[in-house]
Write a protein that binds this ligand. Sequence first.
Ligand code: SAM
Length: 253
Amino acid sequence: THFGFKNVPENMKETLVRQVFANVATKYDVMNDVMSGGVHRLWKDHFMRTLAPTPGTKLLDVAGGTGDIAMRFLDYCKETHGDGTAQVTVFDINPNMLEVGKERFSKTPYHNTSQVSFMEGNAENLEHIPDNSMDAYTIAFGIRNCTHVDRVLKEAYRVLKPGGRFMCLEFSKVENPVISKVYDVFSFEVIPTMGHIVANDRDSYKYLVESIRKFPPQKQFAKMIKDAGFTVMGQGYEDLTFGVAAIHSGFKL
Ligand code: SAM
């Protein structure tokens, strides 16, 4: 099959996204390291330092997948504050990804504690999560997979407490023309080929690259965050590695 995403009707997107992540779930973590040369770890560490959670923070990590952000969050709270009261819910549409996450947590001291829980669902409809109930909402490399980004942002706003923070880590747009050329070759040729060799799945990785290109650039996404009601500081985002990724942030005030 060919996930030529431009040709896919909108109502098929959710089904395709499910399929892609079901295919890659077990190889997901190792592929992230292979594809990014480990750089995604640095971005995620920086993301957590930027969030800088305080003791007792209640976090909803949407599109949480295999729990990378959740694990960093609990480790940060433990290492920085000696805190064992922070709580995270890993929320994802894909049960295969959540299974890999549960398995990972089962080997940590957080297993079977109230510090971590898992919930299956769509980011566009957080129906089981009450209004004004979360201190922080994170979504890392997930929002570009969602069909209606405006609905995702609206739900994020609803579930956050007043004063709560929305933070998104996502691939973004490289502006520098030289770096952009190199990045194009890497994206359109190297990534699908590596996907083929390492995971025997060229199409899923082709889809990932296409979904990155279709996502709105930094300023446009910052505007969508403001339109959802969030207050942003400065321009509302920070570029990472020339804009290959960016952190967007907003407060519900
Ligand atoms: N946050 C993790 C990380 O940074 O490693 C996982 C990112 S992974 C690239 C994207 C995740 O988004 C997948 O686990 C996928 O199942 C999930 N996802 C895609 N569409 C979603 C939706 N509409 N609602 C919730 N999760 C979704």
